[in-house]
Design a protein around this ligand. Structure first.
Ligand code: PAF
Length: 285
């Protein structure tokens, strides 16, 4: 069922809750691919009813980012959800979510701001305000759907860690379920933004997973010094790649580490053909 208004979703969820049904939420920005489908399948397995939100959230895009050209494929998304057993696809307009005119100015909207320690690094460094927008919309979706479980991909690992922190700090009654990264056979992590890559760029984009896999192999062979592990990345880079960051952090609290262990997550962001791609790996996995 495709719904566009908060009121309709609330009414439907209220009815489910009355019957004691377990509700799952998969928040997305649409352009659904096999990565999303893996979250949806997990949700359908675990919950009696599943809501998938499809909303390209304007307040998480920074000036100059791809808000206007972000792929929008609602018809195909709805079909994929229907086939997978989703009960509601919730696709609100920006005005429905934020009220007429509210998003044009920060002065008129209440935001959820995650802690500086979690956002002044990795993607938060170049995407200033991005996680404020993510936390605000996810919090709103939690309030609208009131899910028992919410499913997020490990691909956006910083986002996942920040959302878990928000849920804990704000006592939101939802269990966050992390879901593993889905990759093409080549190793490329699935992303809606892969649509922007030419065939040639797609080959060059393998640099992210290659660097991560190589670091993990070195770690498994006993190398734990982070500087030495970082060094191993440089031989993979060429003029097609614009490395934004390669960082080693504790996966629970995003504290930077100098000696890696099995709780260290390696995060990479690299531009290929002008497209900014991210990936990550948990060492020892
Ligand atoms: O990961 C995403 O697609 C978005 O950041 C999310 C969680 C749906 C919020 O808009």
């Amino acid at each position: 069922m495709l719904l566009h208004t908060i009121k309709e979703v609330r009414e439907q969820v209220k009815e489910w809750k009355k019957r004691g049904l377990v509700v799952g939420l998969v928040p997305t920005m649409g352009a659904l691919h096999a990565g999303h489908l893996s979250l949806i399948k997990k949700a359908v397995e675990r919950c009696d009813r599943v809501v998938v939100s499809v909303f390209v959230n304007p307040i998480q895009f920074c000036p100059g980012e791809d808000l206007d050209k972000y792929p929008r494929t609602l018809e195909a998304d709805t079909k994929m959800c229907d086939d997978a057993g989703v009960s509601i696809v919730f696709a609100p307009s920006p005005n429905e979510m934020y009220g007429e005119g509210q998003i044009s100015s920060n002065d008129f909207l209440t935001y959820v701001i995650p802690p500086f320690f979690y956002v002044n690094k990795l993607c938060g460094k170049s995407r200033v305000g991005h996680f404020d927008g993510v936390c605000t919309v996810v919090n709103k979706l939690f309030n609208i759907v009131q899910p028992d479980f919410a499913f997020f991909g490990q691909k956006d690992a910083q986002q996942l860690i920040i959302i878990k922190k928000m849920v804990k700090d704000l006592n939101i009654p939802v269990e966050i379920v992390p879901c593993p990264i889905v990759r093409e056979e080549s190793g490329l992590a699935l992303s809606s933004r892969n649509k922007y890559l030419s065939d040639e760029d797609k080959k060059e984009a393998l640099v992210l997973s290659k660097i991560l896999n190589n670091i993990n192999s070195c770690y498994k062979r006993g190398l734990t010094d982070v500087d030495a592990l970082k060094e191993t990345a440089y031989s993979f880079l060429n003029e097609h790649h614009e490395l934004e960051y390669l960082e080693f952090m504790n996966q629970d609290d995003l504290e930077e580490v100098t000696i890696a262990d099995n709780n260290t997550r390696v995060f990479i962001a690299c531009k290929v053909g002008g497209v900014r791609l991210i990936d990550n790996i948990l060492l020892g996995e």
